[in-house]
Design a protein around this ligand. Sequence first.
Ligand code: NAI
Length: 510
Amino acid sequence: MDTLGNLIVSSPNIKYTDDFIYSDYEYKDTLVTRNGNDLVAKPYQSSLQIRTGRRIGKVGVMLVGWGGNNGSTFTAAVLANRHQLSWNTRNGKLDSNWFGSITQASTVRLGLDEKGNDVFVGMSQVLPMVHPDDLVIDGWDISPLNLAESMVRAKVIEYDLQMKLKKEMSAMKPRPAIYDPDFIAANQADRATNLIRGTRYEQYLQIRADIKDFRDENDLDKVIVLWTANTERFCEVKPGVHDSDVNLEKALRANDPEISPSTIFALAAIDEGCCYINGSPQNTLVAGVVERAEKRGVFVAGDDFKSGQTKLKSVLVDFLVSAGLKPVSIVSYNHLGNNDGKNLSAPKQFRSKEITKSNVVDDMVESNRILYAQGEKPDHVVVIKYVPYVGDSKRAMDEYTSEILLHGTNTIVVHNTCEDSLLAVPLILDLVVLAELFARVSFRRQATDEWSGMHAVLSPLAYLLKAPLVPPGTPVVNALFKQRACIDNILRACLALPPATHMQLEHKVP
Ligand code: NAI
């Protein structure tokens, strides 16, 4: 890969100033209408101006559940990379990296060179993005352990690296958090001693004060709040409580018991002007939260990191269905022994995970009426078991059975073993980096219009999320490569570059 200083686009459709990159972009798609039994496909295009801020400023991340496996591993990974640490293992000396992060460790095809060869650049070179070394980290946890103690408890980081990080991480202490035993498993009670007391409204005010304190203390331009705490049960969505911004505010002040801790965090973050990302399955981002984010012009994104089994599923099922094969049974078993697994061993919390894991093939199935009748779906079962001995090393076993030619069957079995947090942490980084970038991107249709940001529900982050939240009434895309193409092509649009088509007609047309 080329190591680039700057990427400069040479086009009449782009303009650079000290503060912004301006792109004139023609967005093209095809409108399909029905005419009797016929389908009429009509290409259309719309002109957009896209403006990307070039000044990143100082960015802070606040993790809810900072002392958990993901929170402590994220912190360790940022520090290990920032200090370019190496550590000894029985396999020799190893160096820090950001493998698993699309922004830091994956490339985007930019175009081709004069000889017709593809040219790739790192995703973070395409547009100005915050560097992970520059992130300031803080957060909350119901457990009082400092980050060095949390890292030891998590048993994810190699011992020698733990020793190198211990001093710095022992000075990091999670802020007290909101604990509601009705929302997470009873088996978490023994670690819940670092708590904000009071009513829900008082807790909300304290979270806002914490964000403000962190921002002021570190002179930050932007703070992103991300939930990587335990999976909660779904809140029971009630009309008059969760359905609008106004009702949610009233219910918060009335201390309504169906307002979950994660929803309180979301409201506080939004009201402090911070993007809020939900890395767990629960339904934090109820209609009232989304409405408030829209009003305040900040992003929300969710739900649930798409790290391992589901990521593979959203590739495999896409491959099978687009190959004209018909998956008819998908059975997924997991066992894991970390605290996430312990929490998920309680039925209501498992149910939250089961829901986000279950809908991930719907868009692929619905895209193919040749294979599936209207409403027909494969049998899809998800099982999760808590097996303490395996710790953070999660096992995922999947069986995909498909109908093939003339009703033959094909069964694919996948066994996946991986440190859960080492998969999730790069996703946390990408969510933060991309959310920060998209907050600097705005659009308008014509020069006389006001600039406006992307929709408050930040669906381009879907690649990183198991059950992507999308703006009301818009289709959900789970297929991984479509999600990835969405990110790549939005980045390209910001530079007035056409979408990547992979046609490579240069090599095909004489
Ligand atoms: P963990 O159990 O090690 O960490 C969660 C932390 O949250 C704990 O330290 C706990 O004390 C804290 N906590 C619980 N309730 C809290 C509250 N109300 N406020 C503040 N802190 C609170 O779990 P892990 O492995 O770090 O996973 C975190 C979340 O990410 C889980 O919900 C999990 O389902 C989700 N997730 C993880 C993936 C992965 O690790 N590969 C993939 C997808 C989702």
